[in-house]
Structure formats: C-alpha cells, structure tokens
Design a protein around this ligand. Structure first.
Ligand SMILES: Cc1ncc(C[n+]2csc(CCOP(=O)(O)OP(=O)(O)O)c2C)c(N)n1
Ligand SMILES: [Mg+2]
Length: 892
C-alpha cells in the first residue's frame, strides 16, 4: 500500500535519512554531501528507474546556510546608524522637493527597500580602486537615486543647497538630476539606468568588454567587478533577460546582479499569483548563472534549522508573493494565522513568539549579515556570473505612508505624523517642531558616523559613483590612411560600404590607432563585405578556437582567437550597441581610447534600439554607428522591413549625434578622420551616424579649389557647377547618398534637353545644416538689435539662382526642415512610405527619386516661377515617361 505524506512511518523514515545526511555533512562537508546525493539519484534511476522530477528551483530558503556565513567585518550598530541617516535624507529630499514644488516627483520607496543592499555594498564591497589598480563599476538602479545622493551628501560630496534642488536642475547653482544621467552630472553619474532593462544588458556587455580588453592585452586583469542593482519588476524587460546566456557562456565571473525583490513594481505586485524569486532563480540557473537567494533574515534561522521535516520551508514555498505582500501590511496575528495556521505543527513552531515578534521578523534583504554573506560569496565565485535575489519590503520603514502598499512607488508626500514616526523609528535627532519642513540632517565631520563611513570608503579606494575621463587624449590622427580616398576610383565602381571597409582595414593596420579600433558586427559581416577582416584581425572569443573551422583552407577563414579584435555579436543589435557603448566609454571607465565602429543594417538601428542609442548619447559615448545597406531604394529586393528611408529622421532627436548620408568615398574619409579627431584628440562628447550603401558606383575625385572639406563636415558644398555659362534657365540640385548619382543624371538631362543650367550640391548631412540654422535663428531672436547671423545653408546657397530641388533616399522632411533658410523655392523629393521588393530602377521610379522625377520637379518649379510655360511641362511628362496616375508611394 502506498504511503501518504502524513503517514507516521514515512516521517520517521525521512528523518532517519536526514540524520544520516547530517552526519555526512558534518564529517565530509557540503561537497561530499552533494556527491552522495548525486550518487543516490543515479542509483535510484539505474536500479529502479526512479525519475526525479526536474526542478529548476531550490526550496524557498536562503542559498547560504547560517553555518556558511562569514563573520560580519564591521560594526553593525554603526552601519545601522549610518543607514538610518541615509534613509532620512533620501526621504527628506523627496518630501521637501514636493513641498517646495507640488508635483515635482521623486521616489522614496525604492531606496527604502534597497538601503541595506546599498549600504553593505558601500561599506564593504564597491571598490573605487582595487589593490591592482582597477576598480569596480556599478550600475545603480535609477529610482534609487535619492539614496545615492543622500549618501554623497553625508560624505560631504554634495552640498545641502544641491540636495535642496533635487529635480530642479535649472535653479541657480544647479540641482540634482532626477535619475542617473552622465550628460547632466558628468562628474558623478557613470551609467544611465532609468530606462528599465538598459542597465542589466549594458552591465553584461560591459563585463564582457572588460574581459575583451584583458584578453587583447589592452588592460591588465585586475579583478574589478561589474555590479548591477536592479528592480524585480525591471526583470520583465526583454533587455534584462535577453542576453543572460552570453554572461554564462563567456564565464563572466566579474559580473554581479543584485535584484531587489521587493515583490512590487509601480502598479502592484510583480507576481501576485506567483513567486518572482523562484521564477528568476529558474531562469538564471537554467542560463548557467550562480544564483544566491537571500530570502530570510537571521530571525528566521532557528525556525528553519528546527524545521526538520521541511514543513515550514514547504509552506513558505506555497504562499504567493501577493499574499506575502499582505503580510507586510497586516498584523502579526494575521501572519500567524495565515502562514502558520495551515498546519498545527507549524503553529507549534512559532508558539514561543508573540504576534509582535512575528511581525518584526526581518527579511533577508534587510539583514546586513545575510546580504554581506551573499556579496562575499558572489565576489569569490569564479567561472560564472552571479545573481543575488534579495527579498525586501517596498517602502520599508514608511509605515502607514506606504510600507508594502500598492501605492508606495508613487508616494512622495508624508504628513507630519508619518514623518515623526519615520524619524523616531530610525532615531534621527530632529525635534518635532522642525519636522514639518523635513530638514536634512548631517552630523558633524568628526562624528563617529561620518568618520566611520569616510574610513570605509577610503579603505575601498574612494567615493562612488564618480565619473571622470581616465584616458589621455590621442595626439593626432595620421593623414596617410585617408588620402587614397580623395583620389577617386577612375571609373571603377565601388559601393560606399566597400569604401568604409577598406578605410577600416587601413585604420586597423595603423601601429598606434589600429589596436584601439573595435569593429562590432551583428552577424552581417558578409553582407558588408567585411569577411577579409576575420582573418586580418580575428574574431574575439574568450576561449580561442576549439574546432577546426570548415573553411580553414581558404584565405578568409572564420578565425576566432582569444585576442581577436572583432566583436562578432551574432544577431543582437541590442547586444551590439551595448558593446558599442562599453567600447565608446572606455575612455572614461577604463582609461582606454577604444574607438568602436558598429556596423549594422540601418533599418535595425534607431527604430529597433533607439533607446539604447539615446543612452549612448547620455553616457557621452564616442564612436561610429554605421548604418549599412542604407536607403529605401538602394537596398534592392529586400522590401518593406529592410529598406530604410527614415533612420536619418530618427537620428535628428539625438542631441550630440552627428548624422551623415555621404555619397562619395572622400566624404566618408573626411568625416571619419575629423570624427576621430574631434572625439579622441579634442575629447568632445559627440558620436557619429553614417549611412553607407551597397550600390557599386564610380567614386569621383575630390573637387579642388573650394573649401570642400569644410563643406563636407558642415553638411553642404557645391560638387559640380553647371558647364553651361550662357543658359537662361537656372536650377540648383541637392543630392545625398546614392541618389546623388540620379541627381547628376538629372543635371545632364536638364542641360541637354531643356536648356536648364543646374549646379549640383552634395548634402552630406541635413541634420548639421538644420542645427546650424536653428542656432543662428535662436541667437538672432535673443540678440535682436545685433547684426543677424546667417545660417551656413543660406550663406552657401545665397548666390545660386533658380529653384532648389533636393533629392535623397530618405524622407522628404529632411530637406523640408531647411525650407525657410533656403534662399529660394525648395522642392523636396524623398522616399516616404513602405519599401517594396524590387530592383533599384523600379524603386526609384516608384518613390519618384530617379533622374526623370528630379528633372520634372525642376521644370515644375521653374514653371511656378513663370520661367517656362505649361506646354513644356506637358511635353516633359510624356518625354520622361512618367505616369501621373501612379499610386502615391507615401501611403501605398
Ligand atoms: C522602460 C521603462 N518603462 C517604464 C518605466 C517607469 N517605471 C519607473 S519605476 C517603475 C517600477 C519599477 O519597479 P521595480 O523594477 O520592481 O523597481 P522597485 O522600485 O520596485 O525597486 C516603472 C514602471 C521606466 N522607468 N522605464
Ligand atoms: Mg520591485
């Protein structure tokens, strides 16, 4: 007869086995016990086909047993007092800000739940300098910013006035940004994390990039760690989880995730009906991470140790997160009845505890001893990344104002009673009479608390966070690599992608610059004709190449190497741009001027990973984003999802990004050379977006005489003046990217067939022209009585006569954006609408950006100016073979 679980015999039998195991544990330690259990499982399977159910999770208890905990290395009492001071000031910062200005916002409850996680780290782990000269890098959870500011205030790094101006950055003397923004606080914040999910994925690729730098010999291996403090709700972002297997595959034991499992996000529970800690444990264990759960505080140790039959742990594992959250706000009596009341044996286990004692039993994430043990285990773990899942209470200490409540995330106002309770609970010496204002409190520099915290930070090498430029600027960029491209190809047809790849290959060979270049590719090297680089500089692999590549006998074989230079990321634009950010910020994070070139399908850039590019801008990333296979009509055949005619529009909003759509080889060379100079010699906080295409075309020589170089960089110059000096009709044609070649054809047709002398202008970057024009306009508005500044585009086109016809492989809005500064009638041709699978000629006809449409647009513009009559137009439509009734590409 099958025995049931409650059967007394079974209980007895189980106990005997557990006793035996305890004996093995005490004699042989956990490793021996682990081996024994594995052997038992194997035996059961072979002897009787017992199949143990697969479980990705471990029981709902701490991973580290009390016996394995190291002694706490500091003064718990002192650290508790410091933590209370940080708590108070963090709360006061938000409450005050909202008293001064209603609705200014801020978060109290996130940091309130994470205070112990941060304080233990600040006092014992986060190294501003390691013994060997490196440091730890830390991604702070964006919404915990008040806590980080509060600590910096206590450390004497942020003055009270600035704290006062939290979230009011435009006040005199400056304020503090709501969240971590290196752009706004370049001496303080290092990583923008507040767009959720971007912190974790960036941390993973940063940790990998550190190994890359080490394996390539650009940086000594020093044991610095990457810490990422994250929210449990944040883990739902695909970016949070999408790259976790990279971390284990690459054995990133320099990476530690600390997830603050307060069981809540903004609206309510993260997993009301489930258990977020167990869910994340399963995911990360499955992905090969070292998982450390910190669920129960020291108060629970005895209960769990005496839980010989595992009844309590089993019951704890049954209760859902939504229910746990209920316990946080309920009485001890409710807790006893609901959690323990399910079994009289459980009730008996806690009968020695009063309701009040029960209610006060601390969770693991609020217990410094448990948190310290987890951090210690994490930093000592090798061969795998570690994730710490720490259970906490959201809004801890806020009491009725929000502790554990669903509204807590948004809580930013406390009434006087609530302030008093918080003040008293954490022992802050502020008298009742002053409480209403929620004043900041900082003991004097020679107080025991301040001295203790300063000493701890000194021991750990300095303050954190602190951002600074750690690399010395490059001296100069040699001209030699770029000159070849000024010459043109003598009629030989090459694509601008080929030009870029050739230039990259040359830069890689430079004795100084070469090693700093970081080519990053999301599985498109062959598309871009970059496979020669595989062999030239190798593909980075943390283990080298453990197999014989299938194409070993070819010249361009797929060479992986430990010191390989290419980051071949596979199909992940999000991961690739994180590598781009890591490489483009190494000048500040690691004192190394790595220069990333991230080349990808232009369609899968801004619209797919725009938020990460925004973060790259905020973080002051340097480098080149190269949008390959660009242009709605230039990428033939690929159709609607691939043909990009708008990435340059999406590049417009990024303030410190320069965007170029070059047509010719020399333009690319000029832009890249100047880009490296501005970013790495001058140290400007800018980065670049360049589109390159795959249409083979003859590259012309750089025109002589005029100031071409300057024009290329500013965005506009005259490429080819009309040869007709005696024509009556004049027009100005503006071309970009490959459409420039249609413009040149149109120039010829206009001259030969219609007697129109047209100059051709190359527009390398509408964004730069737009910026400059706005800048002038703004200055003129603010200085109305001074001589007006004239935008570069107006200056340059001033003396040109006739209408202006602009054509590009991008949306019409780009030229239109310059409309009022172009000195004459402007007509814009562009590729608004969905792409099609077709050849280039048909596509250009469809989108009306081919030579014949440029000609027609020019004639229509001339007719509008009454320079030609309708008869010419009528004839032209026929001659050019244009179907006036064709569908509108913008909406078809
Ligand atoms: C991409 C993104 N979406 C939404 C938000 C808005 N938001 C800010 S905090 C928050 C809840 C955070 O919950 P959790 O990650 O659990 O952090 P906790 O505050 O609980 O520590 C949300 C939805 C954001 N910052 N970023
Ligand atoms: Mg949360």
């Amino acid at each position: 007869m099958a025995q049931t679980e409650t059967d007394g015999l079974e209980v007895l039998e189980t106990r005997e086995w557990v006793d035996s195991l305890d004996y093995v544990l005490s004699r042989g330690g956990p490793n021996r016990a682990g081996r024994l259990l594995q052997q038992l499982a194997l035996h059961a399977r072979t002897a009787a086909g017992v199949n143990l159910p697969f479980s990705a999770t471990t029981p709902y208890q701490n991973t580290i047993a009390p016996a394995q905990q190291p002694p706490f290395p500091g003064s718990q009492e002192m650290e508790r007092r410091i933590k209370s001071l940080v708590r108070w000031n963090a709360l006061a910062m938000v409450v005050r800000a909202n008293k001064i200005q209603e609705g200014i916002g801020g978060h109290i409850s996130t940091f309130a739940s994470a205070a112990t996680l941060y304080e233990v780290a600040f006092n014992h782990f986060l190294r501003a300098k390691t013994e060997t000269g490196d440091r730890d890098v830390v991604y702070f959870q964006g919404h915990a910013a008040p806590g980080i500011y509060a600590r910096a205030y206590l450390e004497g790094r942020i003055p009270k006035e600035k704290l006062q101006n939290f979230r009011r950055e435009l006040k005199k003397g400056g304020g503090l940004s709501s969240y971590p923004h290196p752009w706004l606080m370049p001496d303080f914040w290092e990583f923008p994390t507040v767009s959720m999910g971007l912190g974790p994925i960036q941390a993973i690729y940063h940790a990998r990039f550190i190994k890359y730098l080490e394996n390539r010999g650009l940086k000594p291996s020093t044991g610095g760690k990457v810490w990422a403090f994250l929210g449990d709700g944040e883990m739902d972002e695909p970016e949070s989880l999408g790259s976790i297997t990279l971390a284990s595959r690459e054995k990133l034991d320099n990476l530690i995730f600390v997830v603050n499992c307060n069981l809540q996000r903004l609206d309510g529970p993260v997993r009301g009906n489930g258990k977020i800690i167990q869910e994340l444990e399963a995911i990360f264990r499955g992905a090969g991470w070292n998982v450390i759960k910190v669920i129960w505080g020291t108060d629970w140790d005895n209960l769990i140790e005496n839980d010989r039959d595992g009844l309590l742990v089993k019951r704890m594992g049954e209760v859902s997160d939504g229910q746990y959250q209920k316990y946080f706000v309920e009485s001890g009596a409710y807790f006893r009845q609901n959690l323990f009341g399910s079994d009289p044996r459980l009730l008996k286990m806690v009968e020695h505890l009063s309701d009040e004692q029960l209610a006060r039993m601390r969770l693991g994430g609020h217990d410094p001893i448990k948190v310290h043990a987890a951090y210690r285990a994490a930093v000592e773990h090798s061969g795998q990344p570690t994730i710490i899942l720490a259970k906490t209470i959201k809004g801890y200490g806020m009491g009725e104002a929000g502790e554990g409540k669903n509204i807590t995330h948004q809580q930013k106002k406390l009434n006087d009673d609530e302030l008093r309770l918080f003040r008293s609970r954490f022992g802050i010496p502020i008298p009742d009479a002053e409480l209403h204002e929620a004043p900041f409190y900082r003991p004097s520099d020679d107080s025991a608390e301040i001295k203790y915290m300063q000493a701890r930070r000194q021991q750990l090498g300095g303050y954190m966070p602190e951002r600074k430029v750690r690399a010395t600027a490059l001296k100069s960029i040699p001209d030699a690599h770029f000159e070849e491209f000024h010459k043109g190809t003598d009629g030989r047809e090459v694509s601008t992608t080929m030009v870029f790849v050739r230039l990259l290959a040359k830069l890689l060979r430079d004795p100084e610059l070469g090693k700093l270049i970081v080519p990053i590719i999301p599985d498109e090297a062959r598309t871009f004709g970059m496979e020669a680089l595989f062999r030239q500089v190798g593909i980075y692999s943390n283990v080298g190449q453990l197999y014989e590549p299938v194409d070993m006998d070819t010249l361009l074989y797929y060479k992986e190497a430990k010191n390989g230079q290419i980051l071949e990321e596979g199909i992940t634009e999000a991961g690739s741009v994180c590598s781009f950010i890591a490489a483009g910020t190494a000048y500040s994070n690691h004192g190394i001027n790595t220069i990333p070139f991230f080349i990808y399908y232009s369609m899968f850039g801004f619209q797919r990973i725009g938020d990460l590019i925004w973060a790259a801008a905020d973080i002051r990333c340097r480098g080149f984003l190269i949008g390959g296979t660009a242009g709605r009509t230039t990428l033939a055949g690929e159709g609607l999802q691939h043909q990009d005619g708008h990435s340059h529009v999406l590049a417009l909003p990024v303030p410190n990004l320069l965007a170029y759509d070059p047509a010719f080889a020399y333009e690319i060379a000029i832009i890249i050379q100047d880009g490296i100079r501005r970013m790495y010699v001058n140290g400007e906080s800018i980065f670049y977006y360049l589109t390159v295409t795959n249409e083979p075309l003859p590259m012309p020589e750089m025109p002589k005489g005029e100031n071409i170089r300057d024009g290329v960089l500013k965005g506009l110059y005259r490429f080819k003046a009309s040869g007709q000096t005696d024509a009556k009709l004049h027009a100005q044609l503006l071309g970009s990217g490959t459409i420039m070649f249609e413009v040149l054809k149109a120039q010829q047709i206009l001259e030969e067939k219609y007697g129109v002398a047209a100059d051709v202008w190359s527009v390398t970057g509408y964004k730069q022209l737009y910026r400059d024009a706005n800048d002038c306009e703004r200055w003129n508005m603010l200085h109305p009585t001074d001589p007006a500044k004239v935008p570069y585009v107006t200056q340059t086109l001033q003396s040109a006569s006739g209408p202006f016809i602009a054509a590009s492989d991008y949306m019409k809005v780009l030229p239109e954006s310059l409309g009022k500064w172009v000195p004459g009638q402007l007509v814009s041709l562009g590729t608004d609408g969905f792409g099609r699978s077709e050849g280039r000629a048909s596509l250009r006809d469809f989108f009306e950006v081919d030579a014949k449409h440029i000609v027609l647009a020019t004639l229509v513009a001339l007719a509008r100016e009454k320079q030609i009559g309708p008869d010419v137009l009528k004839k032209a439509v026929q001659e050019l073979g244009i179907n006036p009734e064709k569908a509108n590409p913008a909406i078809s």
